[in-house]
Structures are given as structure tokens and as C-alpha cells.
Design a protein around this ligand. Structure first.
Ligand SMILES: NC(=O)c1ccc[n+]([C@@H]2O[C@H](COP(=O)([O-])OP(=O)(O)OC[C@H]3O[C@@H](n4cnc5c(N)ncnc54)[C@H](OP(=O)(O)O)[C@@H]3O)[C@@H](O)[C@H]2O)c1
Length: 247
């Protein structure tokens, strides 16, 4: 087990990519606390399933957009397990529209859920990580942050912000033995992408050199790698897991 006795937080672990990350980290022996915004039933089910396998995952309802809720999560983890080793900033939403039709509210919501959330959790997590002189922070961006995407200017602004933010913090904390890396997923089968119709999905698959949509586990295995000592000399990097979309 690569993460035995490590303590991890995963934001947005109730569904999709976050859920796969929770399973992968727990399977490697980490004690995982994951957050959700509204999916309480699915979160409790994840807790039960993992507990029945002798693994540890606890859920907490916490809006990642709010600093007070991020602090609540970090305090919960520290009270429960006394330490924090791994932070995965995964929570995210989309509210797509062409700029001409995009409301200010939808711009702000997407920036808050995808970018401000990363500021909130990273700032709150750094205190215990700096005193421990250990930490692995993994932020989930997107392939669209590297290429741009019509109809997603709010989301792309947030996800590009995550990259710049991560590189800056990586430089701030590298000497404290804390790494900060980014994963830029391509097209992954989750509720987020299920909103697209078949014609849109077909058009996207045509843009992927590997010609397939991936399952959330491809991101989870990369998170496991970046959470483990296998990646100890890697920081400030953006790893695209996208079937070749950005080469
Ligand atoms: N799917 C893709 O193709 C793809 C590609 C590139 C990047 N990504 C990124 O990967 C991450 C996960 O995406 P996904 O496809 O797994 O999305 P998803 O299936 O829609 O799941 C989103 C997760 O985030 C949680 N969440 C959303 N807003 C939150 C908030 N304010 N506070 C706390 N939790 C919140 C949701 O909780 P509830 O269940 O309670 O709503 C859920 O657990 C996101 O950052 C997304 O932008 C996805």
C-alpha cells in the first residue's frame, strides 16, 4: 500500500472523478475525508462501501466556494486524524454559455466553485503541512485551460487560474517539502459530461487522438501517483490525462 497511514482530503468526492479518487486513495491505505455539496445519500453509500472493505472514508457537507467551510473541513480532519498529508482540489461545476449570453452570476459562481475553492483549501491546508514539513497538493484543472473553449469562458478562466495559482504556490512551498501539481483531464465520462448530446460527444471523440472517452479511474491513478513517494521530485507540473488531445 503506497499511502498507508496518510491522511487525505478530496473535495467533491460524492460523484464522478472525485469518487474514483476517494476509492483509489483509500485502496492504497489512506484515511480519506471527502466533501460534497448536496449528494448526501451517495456520500453515505461510499462511506459504507469502503468501510465494509476495511477502508476509511468519511464525508462532510462543505461548500468549497466558502473559506469558512474549507476551514471547517480542515479542522474536522485535524480533530479526527491529527494530521493532513494530501489535498486533492477536485470540486467543480460548469455553467456554459457564449459570453454574450453569460450572466455575471454564472461567471462568479463558476469562478468561486472552481478557483476560489482551490485558494480556500490550499490556504487552510498549508498551515498543518508547513508545520509537518510534508504535503502533496493535487489540483484538478482541465484540458480546456490549455486550449480555450468556446462557450466556457468562465470555466476556462477558472481552470487556467488554477494552473497559475498552483505554479506560484509550488514555488512558495517547495523548500518545505510540499509539492503542488495539476492534472488537466480531457474528456471523462461523468455527470458533468453526460449533459452533452450524442452529436456533441461524437464531435469531441473525433478530436481525441486515442478516439475514446475515458473513465474517471484514469484520473484517480494519476492522483495516486502524485500523492505517493513515487512523485517526490515532481512539483509545479501540469499533467494532461487526455488521450493525446493537447500534444
Ligand atoms: N468530466 C470531465 O470530462 C472533466 C474534464 C476536465 C476537468 N474536469 C474537472 O474534474 C473535476 C470533477 O469533475 P466531474 O466530471 O467528476 O464532475 P461531477 O460529476 O459533476 O461531480 C462534481 C463533484 O463536485 C462536487 N461539488 C461541486 N461544487 C461543489 C462545491 N461548491 N462544494 C463542494 N463540492 C462541490 C459535487 O458535489 P455534489 O455531488 O454534492 O453536487 C460532486 O461531488 C471538476 O473540477 C471538473 O471541472 C472534469
Amino acid at each position: 500500500m503506497k499511502l498507508k497511514d496518510k491522511v487525505a482530503i478530496v473535495t467533491g468526492g460524492s460523484r464522478g472523478i472525485g469518487k474514483a479518487i476517494v476509492y483509489a486513495l483509500a485502496a492504497e491505505g489512506a484515511k480519506v475525508v471527502f466533501t460534497y455539496q448536496s449528494s448526501e445519500e451517495s456520500s453515505k453509500k461510499i462511506e459504507e462501501e469502503l468501510s465494509s472493505k476495511g477502508l476509511t472514508a468519511l464525508s462532510i457537507k462543505a461548500d468549497a466556494s466558502l473559506m469558512s467551510e474549507a476551514e471547517k473541513t480542515i479542522n474536522f480532519v485535524l480533530e479526527k486524524f491529527g494530521t493532513l498529508d494530501i489535498l486533492v482540489n477536485n470540486a467543480g461545476i460548469t455553467k456554459d454559455n457564449l459570453l454574450i449570453r453569460m450572466t455575471e452570476e454564472d461567471f462568479d459562481k463558476v469562478i468561486s466553485a472552481n478557483l476560489k475553492s482551490v485558494f480556500n483549501y490550499t490556504k487552510a491546508a498549508l498551515k498543518p503541512m508547513i508545520s509537518k514539513k510534508y504535503g502533496k497538493i493535487i489540483n484538478i484543472s482541465s484540458v480546456v485551460a490549455l486550449n480555450g473553449n468556446a462557450g466556457q469562458s468562465n470555466y476556462v478562466a477558472a481552470k487556467s487560474g488554477v494552473i497559475g495559482f498552483s505554479k506560484s504556490i509550488a514555488k512558495e512551498v517547495a523548500s518545505r517539502n510540499i509539492s503542488v501539481n495539476v492534472i488537466a483531464p480531457g474528456f471523462i465520462a461523468t455527470d458533468m459530461t453526460d449533459k452533452l448530446n450524442e452529436k456533441q460527444k461524437e464531435a469531441i471523440v473525433n478530436l481525441i487522438p486515442m478516439k475514446k472517452i475515458a473513465e474517471p479511474e484514469v484520473i484517480a491513478t494519476t492522483v495516486t501517483f502524485l500523492s505517493s513517494s513515487d512523485s517526490d521530485y515532481i512539483t509545479g507540473q501540469v499533467i494532461a490525462v487526455d488521450g493525446g488531445m493537447t500534444m
